[in-house]
Design a protein around this ligand. Structure first.
Ligand SMILES: NC(=O)c1ccc[n+]([C@@H]2O[C@H](COP(=O)([O-])OP(=O)(O)OC[C@H]3O[C@@H](n4cnc5c(N)ncnc54)[C@H](O)[C@@H]3O)[C@@H](O)[C@H]2O)c1
Length: 268
């Protein structure tokens, strides 16, 4: 079987974990390339035999079967439209970028025109299948709480006058809609955006962001109730060893999505 061709956008904590697994895979193997901004400090971490691409022309020449974004909201704006316009499937992890209605509409239109597909990774969260199933319920109530240790919120805590190392009790940093949360915390609230898009939308998805010195990992709490029943889901993720803002599981979730993308059997 010939190698599956994958372009990774970005080469940080998540992309490096993904690359390590795909480069070790055999039968089929994977041919990888990495799309980075010119002069990116991440270039030095990319394995020597993996080509570094700098724009849509180079992506087109590499002819990938799949593009994976693990780079941030900026990359969804800068690089994803060009890949969709080439007719490629693009799996994005920075779903929070889609809180911008104009960007989302533009990406959908570009995908339709070019034959590309925007694939949304479940990332750090589970249970999106249930949320999708109840999305049209007439009595739907969906609330999400993110609870992370101070290391994930150092700069935000300092901005509020707290010393992250001396925090003795939980601090609620935010309470509001998924749209505001995704806009305010681009690196931390992709999960809220995923819930909003699976469920009743950005305005109807309630979000609380709590920084808790007693938290040992990144905890996601999702509560759903509707005429169909209730769901209460708690996930406690270990932070990535190389980026405390990201959960370690995210790369594994994306690898599972890659598997589904190429599989003749798909779980919906
Ligand atoms: N869906 C989820 O559950 C979830 C969870 C965690 C992180 N994420 C998303 O994944 C992203 C990456 O996470 P990470 O921990 O690997 O971050 P990281 O900071 O370790 O790495 C980011 C990488 O992207 C590169 N980059 C930044 N902007 C770019 C651009 N415009 N074009 C190309 N490359 C660019 C950086 O140089 C770096 O290599 C986060 O920014 C976040 O949006 C999603």
């Amino acid at each position: 079987m010939s190698a599956r061709r994958v372009v990774l956008i970005g080469y940080g904590a998540i992309a490096a974990d993904i690359a390590a697994v795909l480069l070790a895979a055999r039968d089929p193997g994977y041919a990888l390339a990495v799309l980075l901004r010119p002069g990116s400090s991440s270039a030095g971490r990319v394995p020597e035999d993996v080509p570094i691409l700098s724009g849509p022309d180079a992506v087109a020449a590499f002819a990938p079967d799949l593009v994976i974004e693990a780079a941030g909201h900026g990359a969804v704006r800068e690089s994803v439209p060009g890949c969709l316009a080439l007719g490629l499937p693009v799996l994005i992890s920075s779903i929070g970028a889609l809180h911008d209605e104009a960007l989302y509409a533009d990406l959908v239109a570009t995908a339709r025109r070019g034959g590309g597909r925007l694939l949304l990774a479940s990332g750090a969260l589970g249970g999106l299948d249930y949320v999708r199933a109840v999305r049209h319920a007439s009595q739907l109530d969906l609330r999400y709480e993110s609870r992370k240790p101070p290391a994930a919120w150092s700069s935000e805590l300092r901005a509020l006058g707290h010393d992250p190392a001396a925090l003795s009790r939980p601090v609620t940093l935010f309470s509001g809609t998924a749209r505001e949360a995704a806009a305010r915390y681009p690196q931390n609230l992709n999960v809220a955006a995923a819930l909003a898009l699976a469920g009743p939308g950005f305005e109807a998805t309630g979000v609380d962001v709590v920084c808790d010195p007693a938290a040992t990992g990144n905890t996601h709490l999702v509560r759903v109730s509707s005429e169909f029943g209730t769901m209460s889901l708690e996930i406690a993720n270990q932070p990535s060893p190389t980026n405390p803002k990201s959960s370690w599981i995210v790369a594994q979730a994306i690898l599972a999505a890659v598997d589904q993308h190429f599989s003749p059997v798909v779980m919906m």
